[in-house]
Design a protein around this ligand. Structure first.
Ligand SMILES: [Zn+2]
Length: 200
């Protein structure tokens, strides 16, 4: 299998300019409205959330998790993503995707369906302990689509168009440099030069 790569060191130089706006501005808060309580126990859900946060860290976002059902929705976030984990209506044999993000009239919508059963099935019965990490990789793939508003894929890393079982189980599988830069450019667009000068 082709090696994948993590960004931690290699990214620092490439993202130096993009990271600056993130430091100057509050981080983008993404409300993650999830309905996974029926499919994951509390420990697995927590592990899934923490791993998704770790994977998305190069994008400079803060993920704030809220479970459905919830008594009120009076909070505000910079962005909101709804993650539906309920099993799809189709039988397992008819399902080909680990997750989907809805698109309407060419626009990527902030509605993700995460097929926990499909991810679990790909892992196999002996590797279920790694389900939260695998789910986080799938969720991060869809978050890239939602937060960039793009259907673009990359040849490596979490934004590959197709995941293999090895991708789900690999010890190293992260956002590619290109994907992280794309996310930062979308979330932290450069301020107009005139405005920047005025603020100085
Ligand atoms: Zn995709």
């Amino acid at each position: 299998m082709r090696a994948t790569f993590c960004l931690v060191a290699a990214l620092s130089a490439t993202l130096a300019q993009a990271a600056s706006p993130a430091r100057e501005r509050p981080p983008v808060r993404v409300g993650m409205i999830v309905s996974c309580g029926q499919q994951l126990d509390a420990a697995a859900a927590r592990a899934f959330e923490r791993e998704t946060e770790r994977l998305m860290d190069p994008a400079g976002v803060v993920l704030e998790w809220r479970a459905i059902p919830r008594s009120n929705f009076d909070e505000s976030f910079d962005r909101v993503v709804v993650v539906d984990c309920r099993p799809p209506a189709q039988p397992p044999a008819a399902r080909t995707a680990l997750a989907i993000t809805h698109i309407s009239n060419g626009q990527v919508l902030p509605f993700v369906r995460l097929d926990i059963g499909a991810v679990s099935g790909m892992l196999g019965s002996t590797r279920q302990s790694e389900l939260p990490r695998a789910l986080a990789r799938v969720a991060a793939h869809e978050l890239h689509h939602v937060l960039t508003g793009s259907t673009v894929h990359d040849s490596t890393g979490i934004t590959k168009p197709v995941f293999s079982r090895s991708d789900l189980l690999s010890g190293s599988f992260c956002l590619s440099t290109a994907a992280a830069a794309r996310l930062r450019a979308s979330l932290y667009p450069a301020a107009p030069l005139a405005a920047s000068a005025g603020e100085e």
